[in-house]
Design a protein around this ligand. Structure first.
Ligand SMILES: Cc1cc2nc3c(=O)[nH]c(=O)nc-3n(C[C@H](O)[C@H](O)[C@H](O)COP(=O)(O)O)c2cc1C
Length: 327
């Protein structure tokens, strides 16, 4: 069994994102934000319980602190997942109660669990029994469908906290389970950060992490009188340099000297992985947003995209494709 950090620092975390927060992304995120808590992509519990769990659980020490996010509603599968997460060295297991996708909804997990707090209680208890030292946390929305009053939210939080969940990550929007795609569910429902602040006021003993549209260090710092931490999602791949600025503002870590320095620091990892047969694109794609808003960004992205067809492009070529610094 590997060392498990019992309580990670959650001042800054990078959201679980399917098809984004792969182990390659996490290595890059670690360069930009050494103190951030990182999350895996959501892993469905049937895949852990009945599939081949090794691939989902695999990670390196450099990615720590790292939390495993699961999507599931079967208490036995969730308990087994918690045991596996503890044994694999994750520092937290997080239950997805916020994803509104149809596929997740039909599996009766994700955001629809907010309508069934007692089921979440059973899951949290089962996970705590299976892995008593592993923090079990919940990521949720402000509400779902017509379960969207502050009373519903407070009752959900109170009920689940009583089962032993001390940390809630709240995306400051409600979710619509019908007739709205997950992408639209991230923009159309009104962002209501004050509702999350009121959760913290009502439950000062709980750790409350706010999520939703936090894109700059300034946005992040403005949350701190109100909540215990921030979780950032899309900006981490759309404009990853923002992570370094958030890390700098929160922890005083020096900013990278340049964008190119970030690529140079990522280079040995890309080279090692390519040597073991990983496609260069699988790693380099996470650099696509690095120069967002900077001159030369388009050419840099094109060079990365070209690695899909042109297997002669090397990691060093990606470094050489960095636009020159502008004055
Ligand atoms: C591409 C993508 C994939 C996502 N996958 C997950 C996921 O696996 N689990 C989850 O809880 N949320 C997922 N989310 C939601 C994010 O974790 C986050 O809650 C949301 O993007 C709002 O934060 P932001 O405004 O900072 O992006 C995903 C979001 C995106 C954009």
């Amino acid at each position: 069994m590997r060392f498990v950090n019992p309580e990670p620092d959650r001042k800054l975390s990078i959201a679980p994102m399917l098809d984004i927060t792969t182990r390659h992304f996490r290595r890059l995120a670690r360069i930009l934000a050494p103190h951030a808590l990182l999350y895996t992509e959501m892993v469905p519990t049937p895949a852990l319980a009945h599939g081949r769990p090794e691939g989902f659980l695999f990670h390196t020490l450099e990615e720590q602190p790292l939390a495993l996010q699961i999507g599931g509603s079967d208490t036995r599968e969730c308990a087994l997942s918690a045991r596996m997460a503890a044994d694999a060295g994750f520092c937290e297991i997080n239950l997805n109660c916020g994803c509104p996708s149809r596929r997740v909804h039909s599996g009766n997990f994700g955001a629809c669990l907010m309508k069934d707090p007692n089921q979440v209680v059973d899951i949290i208890r089962a996970m705590k029994d299976a892995a008593p030292n592993l923090p079990a946390t919940v990521k949720c929305r402000l509400g779902v469908d017509d379960h969207d009053t502050e009373e519903h939210l407070f009752s959900f939080i109170r009920t689940v906290a009583d089962a032993g969940c001390n940390t809630f990550i709240i995306h400051a929007r409600k979710a619509f389970l019908k007739n709205m795609s997950p992408a639209k569910n991230r923009t159309i429902p009104t962002l209501r950060r004050a509702a999350v602040y009121r959760v913290k006021d009502a439950f000062p003993e709980l750790e409350i992490i706010i999520n939703g549209d936090l894109r700059t260090a300034q946005d992040v710092m403005a949350q701190f009188p109100h909540v215990d931490g921030v979780m950032v999602g899309r900006v981490a791949y759309e404009a990853p340099m923002a992570l370094a600025e958030m890390e700098h503002a929160l922890f005083g870590t020096p900013l990278p000297a340049s964008h190119k320095e970030v690529v140079a620091t990522f280079l040995p990892y890309m080279e090692e992985e390519v040597a073991t047969g990983t496609r260069l694109f699988d790693m380099a794609r996470h650099l696509m947003g690095l120069y967002a808003g900077q001159p030369g960004a388009r050419l840099f992205r094109q060079r990365i995209a070209a690695t899909v067809q042109d297997h002669a492009i090397t990691p060093k070529d990606i470094l050489d494709a960095c636009p020159p610094p502008h004055s």
